[in-house]
Write a protein that binds this ligand. Structure first.
Ligand SMILES: [Zn+2]
Length: 420
């Protein structure tokens, strides 16, 4: 029985469909010609309409119809200028393709939407494209730097250090901005995390933007702090809770590691095996533990009172962050926490306490900021996700484009214009 047929409008303007065919691979080939008359002379810029002929056939990939790979096939029109010397010819500029790309704009949009929060590898498999074809859409269509003239109402500037791979010397700095409406934008990816690199970048930011900042959110890293203090003396520097959490959570983890190593030596093998899984469970928040996990943790803590102490102190510190404290209240609670840790004789938090004292203002500024502007941790949670996604992307321009796409891709490419 013949399949039912439908007619749908092609989603590109100013063309006539000459033929629609399905090839042996089931791909749809749409042969079209432009109905637009004329183009701009590439030399003088005048509108020229004298048709000089047609170029060779071009086939470009277009948005899939019914999930099938779809191609547009056409011969570009070429026009001749009557005014310029030598009567040069110009290929017609089209609204739906840029002439040098193997994809229509609509197909690039389709790819870029797939690429949001995904990977080039993944999208190339799903679309049956080469890695370079997917990366090409990114290179052609996504900004490679920020246009400062378009930026207004930026409230928070973020400086975050990212390791592009394990080991020394692979750090870059992620510069992000948070706007009054809560939007987050990538502003730059800097080649390194040294003070000079950051200073050089901050000097590119217009003064009107720097003056309007409520806060600069930084990793606990001396070079960033110094650069910001010198270049934006009016800004309040804030160490976000997630920057701090990494340090006190690692400290507690250290105690867990040492204790498990000790127990491995001291306990009979059978007993030690019962502690299996405490490694993972220890990292969880107390409120997120299920019955089984609480049991595992109790088993571990029965052998190791000091691991329990470390766990409880860690959870207590997190709880302080969850409370709606003023900066002053937070400082007094932090001091009390330090006093209790020191009194307990537990040593694993020593380094963290030194860090807390060193960055006392910056760390407790978090509470001012949350109090004054309803600042939520959404900002840094987003950055945290981005940091994980950056791993292994060494081309900084690509990295910028990937983050730009992750942050703005849905807004830019989810709504496609349909030409009916
Ligand atoms: Zn001309």
């Amino acid at each position: 029985m013949p399949k039912a047929q439908i007619t749908i409008p092609l989603d590109i303007p100013d063309v006539r469909v000459l033929q629609t065919a399905v090839n042996e691979r089931g791909e749809i080939i749409i042969t079209i010609e432009s109905t637009k008359a004329g183009t701009q002379c590439r030399k003088c810029g005048r509108w020229i309409t004298k048709l000089h002929g047609r170029d060779e056939w071009v086939t470009i990939r277009h948005s899939p119809a019914f999930g099938r790979p779809t191609y547009l096939r056409y011969r570009p029109n070429r026009y001749q200028c009557q005014d310029c010397e030598g009567h040069p010819t110009t290929t017609q500029v089209l609204e739906w393709s840029d002439g040098n790309s193997p994809h229509s704009f609509a197909y690039d949009n389709h790819i870029l939407l797939q690429l949001v929060n995904s990977t080039v590898e993944d999208v190339s498999v799903k679309e049956g494209l080469s890695y370079d074809s997917v990366a090409g859409a990114l290179e052609r269509r996504i900004e490679t730097s920020v246009d400062w003239t378009t930026i207004t109402e930026m409230e928070v500037l973020g400086l975050d250090e990212i390791a592009l791979r394990k080991g020394q010397g692979n750090y870059v700095t992620l510069v992000t901005g948070r706007f009054r409406d809560g939007e987050i934008a990538i502003l730059g990816v800097l080649p390194g995390h040294e003070k000079a690199v950051v200073v050089e970048y901050l000097r590119l930011i217009p003064q009107r933007i720097l003056q309007g900042l409520q806060a600069v959110c930084c990793d606990l890293w001396e070079a960033y702090m110094e650069a910001v203090r010198e270049e934006i003396p009016t800004a309040r520097i804030v160490a976000d809770r997630f920057h701090v959490a990494r340090h006190y959570r690692d400290a507690a983890d250290q105690s867990r590691k040492t204790e498990l190593q000790r127990l491995k030596k001291e306990l009979p093998k059978e007993e030690y095996q019962k502690l299996n899984g405490s490694f993972r469970v220890f990292r969880k928040h107390a409120k997120d533990l299920n019955k089984e996990e609480r049991k595992t943790l109790r088993g571990f803590f029965a052998y190791s009172p000091c691991a329990k102490q470390a766990y409880d102190f860690r959870e207590a510190f997190t709880a302080l962050y969850d409370m709606n404290l003023s900066k002053k209240q937070a400082q007094s609670k932090f001091l009390r926490w330090i006093w209790q840790v020191e009194k307990s004789g537990l040593l694993c938090f020593d380094t963290f306490i030194r860090l807390l004292r060193h960055w006392w203002e910056e760390i407790t500024n978090f509470f001012v900021h949350r109090e004054n502007s309803g600042f939520v941790e959404g900002f840094n949670n987003k950055v945290k996700v981005l940091k994980r996604r950056c791993y292994g992307i060494f081309n900084l321009t690509h990295l910028f484009q990937r983050i730009y796409l992750d942050l703005s891709g849905y807004r830019l490419f989810a709504a496609t214009t349909i030409y009916a």
